[in-house]
Design a protein around this ligand. Structure first.
Ligand SMILES: Nc1ncnc2c1ncn2[C@@H]1O[C@H](COP(=O)(O)OP(=O)(O)OP(=O)(O)O)[C@@H](O)[C@H]1O
Ligand SMILES: [Mg+2]
Length: 316
């Protein structure tokens, strides 16, 4: 396992040699024939796993499919009270990693433990410690944010009165109108729904908070408020936070350490300052953006809208 910090710190999250593959539709013959498809390093259709071993039979590509390795031999630890950032271009495996950490997906290889609990063996116990915010947050769409949030809080043992007070405070700070608080979720824009998802995560004060692009598509003021909440949760509740973001300033300002993912692999893992030090030359002070481009050869564009947004589950 890779160690990047002092061993005296207590690990909240340990990820060891994790691999996750997906079966996806293979390219049509004409595209392969035309040669327009460039095989990328994360395609494992050749039966080789990330660490060079033969792919186990159950992981071989199905007929008409090819295996894509979304997360490829990833190892790291996140320490208690750390704000840990994951940066990567589109398709680099950030959301897959967050889903693995939150027990929504199981690793094909490797192990993940949350405060010593194995995500596979101790799934329910791990679930109680974590909360995840992502663009696919599920709500009862016919119900209002108030009803959704109070329901969610009750599941975590927070009283209705306390939840209502805190929900109003959080949503007020995020700029959600008072009238929207009691209107059906289905009438809200995606950005507004995202704010409710963020409020739900902060209401329940999880020990480990997983934030998959929580601020993408939010207005600048709301972004800053979300960052303030993240800091508050760490400072006042000892929470550990893993956050993916496309906003370099956000990563620089907020994260204690950052892992740069490229094609499912960790290209670098360090403090923002440590990452910049790697490419600092002749007094030029590099930005995190320059570090990212130097390490991956790719640009990290902020998404105006979330392209992989899946319609939320309609539960009512
Ligand atoms: N459920 C799935 N089925 C098949 N392939 C998947 C699935 N989820 C992710 N992938 C593939 O795994 C790779 C990593 O995707 P992932 O969504 O984790 O990337 P990401 O870094 O979150 O990208 P983005 O910045 O666009 O959100 C991509 O090639 C993607 O197509
Ligand atoms: Mg993603």
């Amino acid at each position: 396992m890779l160690e990047y910090s002092t061993p005296t710190q207590e690990a909240a999250l340990v990820v060891e040699h994790v691999v996750k593959r997906f079966n996806v539709a293979a390219d049509p013959w004409w595209r392969r024939w035309a040669g327009s498809h460039k095989a990328t390093s994360n395609h494992a259709a050749n039966g080789q796993s990330a660490n060079g071993h033969d792919t186990p039979p159950r992981l071989k590509a199905r007929r008409g499919k090819e295996l894509v390795t979304a997360v490829s031999d990833v190892s790291f630890s996140v320490y208690r009270r750390e704000i840990f950032g994951v940066l990567g271009p589109n398709g680099s495996g950030k959301s897959t990693l967050i889903r693995l950490l939150s027990t929504l997906l199981l690793p094909d290889e490797g192990a993940i433990t949350v405060f010593g609990l194995d995500v596979e063996r101790d799934e329910m116990a791990v679930k109680r410690l974590i909360n995840r915010v992502s663009v696919e947050a599920a709500f009862f769409k016919k119900l209002s944010p108030k009803e959704n949030l109070l329901y969610g809080a009750r599941l975590y043992g927070v009283s209705g009165k306390e939840a209502d007070r805190k929900a109003r405070e959080i949503l007020g700070r995020l700029g959600l109108r008072e009238s929207s608080y009691t209107s059906p979720m289905e009438d809200m824009s995606r950005g507004m729904q995202q704010k409710v998802a963020i409020a739900r995560a902060f209401l329940t004060q999880p020990v480990l908070l997983l934030l998959d692009e929580p601020t993408t598509g939010l207005d600048p003021r709301s972004k800053l408020e979300v960052q303030a909440f993240v800091n508050e949760l760490r400072d006042t509740h000892d929470a550990t936070i893993v956050i993916t973001t496309h906003d370099m300033n956000e990563a620089d300002a907020l994260c204690d350490r950052i892992a740069i993912l490229d094609d499912g692999r960790i290209a670098a893992l360090d403090t923002p300052e440590g990452l910049k030090r790697r490419i600092r030359r002749n007094g030029h002070e590099p930005t995190l953006e320059e570090v990212f481009m130097a390490l991956t050869g790719k640009e990290l564009v902020e998404k105006d809208d979330v392209t992989d947004f899946e319609p939320e589950k309609v539960l009512s």
